[in-house]
Design a protein around this ligand. Structure first.
Ligand code: NAP
Ligand code: G4F
Length: 319
């Protein structure tokens, strides 16, 4: 019989790709879905997998739902992907963000300790934890100091620390993947890659004329979600629990992305992109470029998608 994996956040971008990956490898996959008033759209990303996954209602804020699932399933591996994952929105709903992204992880760890102490836990940590900190070579790596600049980043740093603390104190197999931005055609519409690509396509078809954005000068290290979910499984199947950066090592500004996308559609982004202060954040992480040498060396992981291929796949999807 295959291993049993429990994925929180299974309905999200990464949850859907991870489910496909684990099913391909012969895993049994269990997941939480939250109650939502619009049930029709809730499972869109995993629609084609519904016959092969065990989905139950659950929420990271409801300890009883975690306890019940762990007691029933006793999973071998737990992938904690559930989060309020939008950085700007974390300034609008800081309490919900901290409850889910920080206290939700505490709920999970406490439940694992009692109900499934042998399960291995993957925590979806984030490059947003670094804030505006970088090493002398302009990169971030596992040892770079972390000074987050958003409620989202602060909550993720709290949960990152909890994972390390429970690993040492209670000998849990608990690991952090410190993932840099990763995208795909399944990325939410209000993240900058999808927002630019989807709207540039609408402009190219004459359906709209303007795209409103915030800060065009921040830089991000963008990879493909499919590559990054492979890394999650490798992290949990390493011989010991540890923390790993997953990134591409290349960085581009939001302005670069606009230029590339609009020019692929034979358009000039300057004719269409307008700045709306509504999308500028109260504080901003201005530069990300990750060094994933440790993951390459220890896990044998490397990305298969180039930036160009990622953009082309997203463009093709929206076209
Ligand atoms: P996503 O598409 O926004 O998915 C988030 C998932 O979490 C959704 O399934 C969502 O369910 C669920 N969720 C939210 N609040 C919850 C709660 N209180 N209880 C249970 N489930 C809850 O995010 P993603 O891009 O796949 O990212 C996956 C994880 O990696 C997140 O933890 C994110 O913070 C982290 N991360 C992402 C990136 C990136 O660039 N994508 C980089 C570093 C780290 P609903 O659909 O019901 O809202
Ligand atoms: O696409 P974004 O919203 O992603 P952000 O804030 O980097 O967060 C993502 O990556 C993190 C890893 O570093 C994850 F942990 C997190 O869950 C999420 O997946 O914004 C990227 C950049 C920012 O600098 C933002 O200020 O794009 C800039 N931007 C400019 N105009 C915009 C917009 N971002 C959004 N979402 N919308 C705009 O209109």
């Amino acid at each position: 019989m295959g291993k049993k994996a429990f994925i929180t956040g299974i309905t999200g971008q990464d949850g859907s790709y991870l489910t496909e990956h684990l099913l391909d490898l012969g895993y049994e996959v269990y997941g939480f879905a939250r109650r939502n008033s619009v049930t029709e759209h809730q499972q869109t990303r995993i629609e084609n997998l519904m016959n092969n996954v065990d989905l139950t209602y659950g929420d990271m804020l409801d300890q009883s739902s975690i306890d019940k699932l762990l007691k029933r399933v006793n999973p071998d591996e737990i992938y904690n992907l559930a989060a309020q994952s939008h950085v700007r929105i974390s300034f609008d709903v800081p309490q919900f963000t901290v409850q889910t992204n920080a206290l939700g992880v505490l709920n999970l760890l406490e439940s694992v300790k009692i109900n499934a102490p042998n399960a291995k836990i993957y925590q979806a940590s984030s490059s947003e934890m670094f804030g505006n900190s970088r090493d002398a070579d302009n990169m971030q790596r596992e040892t770079t100091p972390m000074h987050p600049v958003s409620p989202y980043g602060c909550a993720k740093l709290f949960s990152y620390s909890l994972i390390r603390n429970y690993r040492k104190a209670f000998k849990l197999f608990a690991s952090n993947g410190i993932l840099f931005n990763h995208e795909s055609p399944r990325r939410g519409a209000n993240f900058v890659t999808t927002k630019i690509i989807k709207n540039a396509v609408l402009i190219s078809k004459g359906k709209i004329n303007t795209l409103e954005l915030g800060n065009l000068d921040s830089k991000r290290d963008w990879g493909h979600s499919k590559d990054y979910v492979r890394a999650m499984r490798l992290i949990l199947n390493h011989t010991e629990p540890d923390d790993f950066v997953i990134s591409t090592g290349e960085t581009k500004s939001i302005r670069d992305l606009c230029k590339i996308v609009f020019s692929k559609l034979n358009l000039n982004y300057e004719d269409h992109v307008k700045i709306n202060p509504k999308y500028v954040r109260p504080d901003e992480l201005s530069y990300l470029c990750g060094d994933c040498s440790k993951s390459k060396k220890i896990l044998g992981w490397k990305p298969k998608y180039s930036f160009e291929e990622l953009v082309d796949e997203m463009l093709e999807y929206f076209l």
